[in-house]
Write a protein that binds this ligand. Structure first.
Ligand code: GLA
Length: 490
């Protein structure tokens, strides 16, 4: 009898563990994602949509909100203005018929933004100049419908070619009336009504890279207009501007200051392609992340030093691990996941044929390990399953959005295998193993390489499954150009 009950207990336990691993038991219950810490300037509009998946309707709650903020319980959007600079610890909750989730959200009212890397979408890689308000609003609808907003994506960023031919008689920027017949405020109101944010693009030269009017000498006027338009992020390029680092620092400081005094919390994205070591001065000029590389191309590798393939960018980015941190990230450029050689900008008229899903997975894995801004730049209205599975994998996104804000450090590079390690806020480590070779490889991930000793639980972030314990080592088999990512914890 005793034996039988022991057997039944064991079978039930095994079944429970299996179901838990496969998420059968918890399917549909609310789960939080995205940033757990959000920055905003004092006395400026604040908006944050609590990202959570789970069966709808969900009722959201937020205890201990500072004076000035309020929550809409049905959408999870927190809005308002806070005067006092301080760190506020909010207890957020999400409840549906399947259960309730609770966690802490920190709202830091102070002088920094972007305390975790920005997550959103940008028009450039896929559409270049073919943009208009209708398409942007459809992209926002798609981001809501396909679950990306619930995973923490927030920004819809307009890139180059939104401009009319010239500024108005007062020097203010004017959008192209054909592309934006209702003006920019109309577009930002739409984004905000969906709990999303709107980004725009300009340049520290007289002209943008696409030869539209630039921001040089118009910094205050532009920052004020952007604030009036309800803009939440500015990507600021460096075409038609002098090469020196000194001038770049001056010009970015000018715009950084203008944005800080615009009366709105506007994230400042620096884009001078890493030529003037921006990682050394991004925070100083009021920037929140800076491009560390020229434009990404939709190819894994390419035999020219002038082409920034995924591998060329990884080679460059991995050396910059020391410089990133909360509010000042390195930006290895927007994502090419899901473009399959069809993006207007990233295929260069058909020269670059795209990558395999394994390569897109590696690209995304490394960007998350590097704490990079995650700006999808494919057509969100037409994503295939592979693309949406990559962009919305909550476990890899949690590594990107981890509050500690470390950029992964390369700790091993030999015979086609590279290993990267990133410490996480809860004391666990994220480890990525990339196979750059043309064939399948076996590799022993040893505890002394990771600087760990003892018994650790290993979780496979792409398989969403436990992968045993790390005692001494675990042996892995990695396909060509694939990246395995593990979360290793005590
Ligand atoms: C530069 C930037 C790109 C894009 C284009 C727009 O090349 O690096 O990301 O913004 O300009 O013209």
């Amino acid at each position: 009898m005793k034996r039988l009950s022991l057997l039944i207990t064991c079978v039930l336990l095994a079944l429970f563990t299996f179901c838990q691993n496969k998420n059968f038991l918890f399917e549909g219950t609310p789960v939080f994602h995205g940033a757990k810490i959000v920055g905003n300037y004092p006395n400026t509009d604040f908006m944050f949509t609590i990202p959570a998946t789970g069966d709808r309707p969900i009722t959201f709650g937020a205890d201990n909100l500072p004076v000035g903020l309020s929550l809409d319980p049905s959408s999870g959007i927190i809005k308002g203005k806070v005067g006092n600079a301080a760190e506020y610890k909010i207890k957020v909750s999400a409840q549906n018929t399947k259960g309730k989730a609770e966690e802490e959200l920190k709202i830091v009212v102070g002088d920094n933004l972007c305390l975790t890397p920005a997550m959103g979408w940008n028009s450039w890689n896929v559409f270049t100049k073919n943009i208009d308000e209708k398409m942007l609003m459809e992209m926002a609808d798609a981001m809501v419908a396909n679950g990306m907003r619930d995973e923490g994506y927030q920004y819809i960023n307009i890139d180059d070619f939104w401009h009319s031919d010239s500024r108005d008689s007062l020097g203010r920027p004017v959008p192209d009336a054909k592309k934006f017949p209702h003006g920019m405020k109309y577009v930002s109101d739409y984004m905000h009504s969906k709990g999303l944010k709107l980004g725009i693009y300009s340049c520290a030269g007289n002209m943008t890279c696409g030869r539209r009017f630039g921001g040089y000498t118009y910094e205050e006027i532009d920052a004020k207009s952007y604030a009036e338009w309800g803009i939440d992020l500015l990507k600021y390029d460096y075409c038609y501007a002098p090469p020196s680092q000194k001038v770049a620092v001056e010009r970015y400081s000018k715009m950084g200051n203008a944005l800080k005094h615009s009366g709105r919390s506007i994230v400042f994205s620096i884009c001078e392609w890493g030529f003037r070591k921006p990682w050394l001065w991004t925070a100083k000029v009021g920037g929140h992340y800076s491009r560390s590389t020229p434009d990404i191309m939709d190819t894994w590798k390419f035999p020219s030093i002038f082409v920034y393939s995924t591998m060329a960018i990884i080679n460059r980015e991995e050396k910059l691990w020391k410089y990133a941190g909360p509010g000042h990230w390195n930006d290895p450029d927007m994502l090419i996941v899901g473009n399959y050689g069809k993006g207007n900008a990233t295929s260069r008229d058909g020269i670059f044929k795209g990558m395999t899903d394994a390569e897109y997975r590696s690209h995304f894995s490394l960007w998350c390990m590097f704490s990079a801004p995650l700006l999808a730049s494919c057509d969100l209205r037409k994503m295939n399953d592979a693309t949406s599975t990559i962009l919305t994998n909550p476990e890899i996104l949690a590594i990107d959005q981890d509050e500690l804000g470390e950029q992964a450090k390369p700790i091993y590079k030999l015979a086609g295998i590279r290993v990267y390690l990133k410490h996480l806020k809860d004391g666990s480590v994220a480890v990525a193993v990339l196979n750059t070779s043309k064939s399948t490889r076996k590799f022993d991930l040893k505890e002394n390489l990771l600087g760990l000793s003892g018994t650790y639980a290993v979780h496979d972030v792409w398989q969403h499954a436990d992968a045993g314990t790390l005692k001494d080592k675990i042996s892995v088999t990695i396909q060509s150009h694939e990246t395995m990512v593990f979360r290793i914890s005590k």
